[in-house]
Design a protein around this ligand. Structure first.
Ligand code: ZN
Length: 143
């Protein structure tokens, strides 16, 4: 059971309360902080205010859980995976159509035509089709 006096206890309070007490060091090392384990939810008495878990087991399990969650967050969003896939497919070709270039760059036709007009991207014509040399797109990324 938790003693009533220790309820709501925290480090700041103990520092000010025992600040001028010559035994303050001993007192603060013996503080008992009622806590809820952040892993299993059990109420326990912690010896430091930073303790988050009821014991080593929960601390270890919580750590493993954090590592696992961090790994999940590392997974690349499917939109980027798709982009990579398209880039991989398209990168096999030396010349691209307008549609392929739009997909590759993720731009609209309007933007692409503007880039062609300003000469940022070099395009050629095969009959009625506009084709774009892949190397001219790659040049965009060279600074
Ligand atoms: Zn626990």
């Amino acid at each position: 059971m938790i003693h009533r006096d220790t309820l709501g206890y925290n480090e700041r309070q103990s520092d000010t309360y025992f600040g001028h007490n010559k035994t303050s060091h001993n007192m603060s090392s013996n503080i008992r902080v009622p806590k809820i384990c952040q892993h299993c939810g059990t109420e326990f008495i912690a010896k430091t205010t930073v303790t988050q878990y009821c014991g080593d087991n929960c601390a270890k399990r919580a750590y493993k859980k954090r590592v696992r969650e961090a790994k999940i967050q590392e997974v690349v969003p499917t939109a980027i995976q798709k982009q990579d896939f398209i880039q991989e497919q398209v990168s096999q070709k030396a010349f691209l159509s307008i549609a392929e270039t739009c997909k590759l760059l993720g731009t609209s036709r309007m933007t692409l035509y503007r880039q062609i007009k300003t000469g940022n991207i070099k395009a050629g014509k095969v009959g009625r089709r506009t084709i774009i040399k892949r190397s001219s797109i790659e040049k965009l990324f060279q600074t």
